[in-house]
Write a protein that binds this ligand. Structure first.
Ligand SMILES: Nc1ncnc2c1ncn2[C@@H]1O[C@H](COP(=O)(O)OP(=O)(O)O)[C@@H](O)[C@H]1O
Ligand SMILES: Nc1nc2c(ncn2[C@H]2C[C@H](O)[C@@H](COP(=O)(O)O)O2)c(=O)[nH]1
Length: 228
């Protein structure tokens, strides 16, 4: 059973690569519920008021999806519970959560992580982290077009997004729930370029072989299903 989780900053390409990778491997994609997230637009309109509520919303949906992913065969998860604290800690650090909310959040998170420890499969098999520079992130956010994410909606988002990129560096270094790898989201246009998509998929397949989650002779043409 192979569970792959994607990670990376806003607009890095997680949802897109989740689709591409799950299709290539013949596995099930799990997507983050964003466009039907009722709290997200409220957060961008009033971050101080809604940071805690939004984080509890995301934590809850991520807990459900990581549990489902860890109990089903072969899937790819677009962002996971492991990044949840990164966002909340950053919002707390910029004064968007009270000490009581921070304590409550971490108690909830630790309870959920304890629950995952009791599951037959406790962690993913691979984390695929997509790195992007700020300029790429902004281009992608503009391309995707969610109004409340645009700098034109709120100029302070520039600092927020730059800070987010700074928080991701130590987060990735410290991540140790599973083997991990990085994809250069600036260099490879795995949406428009077939060549780049193949390079990225080859990198991920090579890593899955290295960690023993794909046989050494696996390739798309053999269409061998991942081990059950
Ligand atoms: N590697 C890439 N090259 C060019 N455009 C990309 C790439 N990855 C994603 N995009 C585009 O950027 C936007 C955000 O992609 P998305 O997959 O939603 O990112 P995320 O899920 O990380 O927020 C989409 O419009 C998508 O088509
Ligand atoms: N405050 C938080 N915001 C979050 C979190 N996870 C995602 N988000 C925001 C960022 C984007 O506006 C949107 C979708 O994220 P993508 O990375 O898929 O673009 O949701 C979080 O945990 N806290």
């Amino acid at each position: 059973m192979t569970v792959i989780v994607l990670s990376g900053p806003i607009g890095a390409g997680k949802s897109s690569l989740t689709s591409i990778l799950s299709d290539y491997l013949g596995t099930k994609p799990f997507y983050e519920s964003v466009d039907d997230n009722p709290v997200l637009p409220l957060f961008y309109a009033d971050p101080k008021k809604y940071a805690f509520l939004l984080q509890v919303y995301f934590l809850n949906t991520r807990f459900h999806s990581i549990k489902a992913a860890l109990t089903q065969n072969n899937n790819v998860l677009d962002r996971s519970i492991y990044e949840d604290a990164l966002f909340f800690q950053m919002n707390a650090d910029i004064g968007r959560a009270t000490p009581e909310e921070v304590d409550t959040y971490y108690e909830l998170l630790h309870n959920m992580m304890d629950e995952l420890e009791r599951m037959p499969k406790k962690e993913p098999d691979l984390l695929v982290h997509i790195n992007v520079y700020y300029e790429t992130m902004i281009k992608r956010i503009q391309k995707r077009g969610r109004p409340y994410e645009q700098l034109s909606y709120d100029a302070t988002l520039e600092d927020y997004y730059k800070r987010l990129l700074e928080y991701y560096k130590p987060w990735y270094e410290k991540y140790d729930y599973s083997p991990k790898m990085e994809i250069d989201g600036d260099k490879y246009d795995f949406i428009a370029s077939e060549k780049d998509r193949k390079i990225v998929l080859d990198q991920i397949v090579a890593k899955l072989k290295e960690v023993g989650k794909l046989p050494a002779d696996w390739d798309k043409s053999t269409a061998i299903k991942l081990d059950a």
